[in-house]
Design a protein around this ligand. Sequence first.
Ligand code: DOR
Length: 303
Amino acid sequence: TPDLNVNFAGIKLKNPVLTASGTFGYGYELADLIPLKRLGGIVTKTITLEPRAGNLQPRIAEVASGILNSIGLQNIGVKAFIKEPLEKLNKLGVPVIVSVAGAAADEYVKTVRILSGQNGVSAIELNLSCPNLKKKIVCHDLSLMRDVIRGVKKVSGIPVIAKLSPLVTDISELALAAQNAGADGVTLANTYPAMAVDVRTFKPKLSTVKGGMSGACVKPMSVRCVYDAYRDIKIPIVGCGGIMTGEDAVEFILAGAAAVSVGSSSLVSPGNLIAIIDGIENILKSKDVKSVKEITGIINEIR
Ligand code: DOR
């Protein structure tokens, strides 16, 4: 059988498949539905310093080939998170990557300081790209993004992955800026700023009007983000956007993703995560590839 192990910025993953932040709750809730142990890792829903109620309903809408959301970072806050969810996550034997956001650099830093003192946090994913807040997307302000990454790196002691927005003129430039500020990896990418209108009611499908688009329709754009960034950065990439099958995951890996995260597909059915892991293994077998590392980024050799 092919070797699916990856060492992502020092985090040992038994396969490249991670959950995507916000689509898998805090993680442990799914324990009765799928064998969580089989996952490469769990990326939690984004945690902030204080609890947040999120945006008003409706904040999820299904549209053709995807899902539109405007959750607005609903979460229980870091103090409640380390009490219950984190303790339960610790017992699963799966690497836990905690997603973190904040309204200002010092909020990110305070939250990460609390988390890094805890057992069982393998890495931090900095959510620098939520499209559903009143403020502008963090990574659209380069100096704020740098302050967040630098500040967090000073206190974290564990790998820090920067999750970036796909809505930029040059994703490579943004990924390079994250790398230069000290990020150990990047996730490409968050949801795509979007909206949808219900023509029967003449009303927007989301209370906030605007939201973030995920699912099958975003895959080619996210694959392109990974491909472009892979050429310019040294740190590893988590590919994210519309991965529904093992084939989709391998596509991201060929473009340069060392790991992938799966969101919409696991919302539809969490069992898809396991099918994706098996799918990757079967493709490698059929192509006589010994290890997933062998094919990471090989599309970039074609010029
Ligand atoms: O699409 C998203 N929705 N991306 C995020 O980063 C956060 C989430 C939300 O809570 O709105």
